[in-house]
Design a binder for this molecule. Structure first.
Ligand code: GLN
Length: 473
């Protein structure tokens, strides 16, 4: 079976026309995983037993002539920050090395109800902190397009699993770019939905005002289909809301106005990346889209305010890992020493750095200068976008300022790593949806084009993305 050419649609066709069974399909992907994992290390755990039992259930439905749910038999991988009942969920950390998820996250419950087959849990930077997947406590993932390079992060395992055809689609999580960056670096599609579009129940909390679950696939249509299954209001997550925008048939680029922020093409952007992204935008213009230059004047403050807010929320959220209620426990006999040892041994360097900086930023006397100020910047960024969206349907720009870098190239310098997020964090700070689309390659390395949409206008992103895909081919 040629798994490389499969899509969610062709999986359904194949099952209905009995070209293959769901079990054969799952076996084919499990075979790919066995073949490629040694090189890529996209997975932290492969759930063969679960996958085969889910596939068998689909085959049973088919043999009984029952109707098939929308993702019947679709092999998916899941970032290891999302709980799947009965499977270990580490968030890439020693702290949770032996933590077994006691229940399914809402997105998993929905994926299971839709008939998806869960192949395993994918590698990530520890607790979603990083941009390369090198901060995983369990070793880095390699970029399937070039094994000497990083896949991006933090959902690097998810993107690599899709790019290497070890999974058809994947569930990732994005706090500051963690879906879009690895999607761009690995040459696949990835969407960070509007804050609240998808439930966070059962997703390991990092920075709760920024975290959002999203999807990855080889095609826009695949990412869309998985998104449509997982989105919507969940009574278990008070911040989730019902999807407002319905799929419309914008069949032409002529109906779309694209805003290109001049701040996204200034110093700091690798010229070759910038040129390719501009070429992509020109292509859409030639296809009929209306393209206008816009300004998002507060962009320069986004990265600094993101890291203040992110670290502050991390310092609060990760307080729960005290070795007693959750996480690695080092017995010492004295409570304070147990806390210190458990957290000292359980957390990696980047996590400790952020807990310390976040605690500092929130401390009395500094709160106004850091956290409050960062929140004010957030409002300014939001107003920048609101103003832009009076005139345009989507905003287009790069995903990352540079090409996928070599393993080890940036890991010694946290600031060099943080710079990878310069074009992705504004979207998390403002809650907007954004999609990363493959825009071609430079020196054989994938480059992503980012489209940012109005709140809850994921469908506009999917439609524009699909049209972009079409004119490229
Ligand atoms: N690079 C971002 C960070 O380290 C990505 C976070 C994320 O999206 N999980 O904060």
């Amino acid at each position: 079976m040629d798994v490389a050419s499969l899509t969610i649609f062709s999986v359904r066709q194949g099952l209905l026309q009995k070209k293959f069974s769901a079990t054969e399909l799952a076996q084919a992907f499990l075979g790919k995983i066995r073949e490629k994992e040694q090189d890529i290390h996209a997975f932290l755990a492969v759930s063969e037993e679960l996958a085969l039992s889910q596939a068998l259930e689909i085959d049973r439905k088919i043999s009984k002539g029952e109707s098939l749910p929308e993702l019947a038999g679709v092999p998916i991988s899941v970032k290891d920050a999302i709980l799947v009942e009965g499977l270990v969920c580490t968030a890439g950390s020693r702290m949770l090395e032996h933590y077994i998820a006691p229940y399914d996250a809402t997105v998993i419950q929905k994926a299971k109800e839709a008939g998806a087959v869960i192949l395993g849990k994918t590698n990530m930077d520890e607790f979603g902190m990083g941009s390369s997947t090198e901060n995983s406590a369990f070793g880095p993932t390699k970029n399937p397009r070039d094994l000497t390079r990083v896949p991006g992060g933090t959902s690097g395992g998810s993107a690599a699993s899709v790019a290497s055809e070890e999974a058809l689609v994947s569930l990732g999580e994005d706090t500051g770019g963690s879906i879009r960056l690895p999607a761009a670096f690995c040459g696949v599609v990835g969407i960070k939905p509007t804050y609240g579009a998808v439930s966070r129940h059962g997703v390991i909390a990092v920075a709760s005002s920024l975290d959002q679950v999203g999807t990855m696939g080889k095609t826009v249509e695949d990412a869309r289909k998985l998104f449509e299954v997982i989105c919507g209001k969940d009574p278990k997550d008070g911040t989730s809301v019902e999807q407002r925008e319905r799929p419309t048939a914008k069949t032409s680029l002529k109906d779309i106005t694209i805003g290109v922020p001049k701040e996204y093409f200034e110093a700091g952007l690798d010229k070759k990346v910038g040129d390719l992204v501009k070429k992509g935008i020109r292509l859409m213009e030639q296809g009929g889209a209306h393209v206008v230059e816009i300004s998002l004047p507060h962009t320069q403050y986004a990265l600094a305010s993101y890291y203040v807010i992110d670290m502050s929320e991390i310092s609060a959220n990760l307080a729960r890992y005290d070795g007693l209620r959750y996480g690695k426990h080092v017995a010492k006999g004295k409570l304070l020493e147990e806390y210190e040892e458990s957290r000292g041994q359980g957390f990696g360097e980047e996590v400790k750095r952020r807990i310390m900086l976040g605690t500092y930023a929130l401390s009395a006397g500094y709160y106004d200068a850091f956290y409050l100020k960062a929140q004010k910047v957030r409002t300014l960024l939001k107003q920048d976008f609101e103003k832009a969206f009076e005139k345009v349907d989507v905003v287009a720009g790069p995903v990352a300022p540079f090409l996928p870098f070599k393993l080890g190239e940036r890991s010694a310098d946290p600031l060099a790593m943080y710079l990878a997020d310069i074009y992705t964090v504004p979207v998390n700070l403002t809650g907007l949806p954004a999609i990363s689309l493959p825009a071609g390659t430079v020196e054989g390395l994938p480059v992503g084009l980012q489209l940012i949409g109005k709140p809850f206008c994921e469908q506009t992103l999917f439609e524009t993305g699909a049209l972009f895909e079409e004119i490229q081919s």
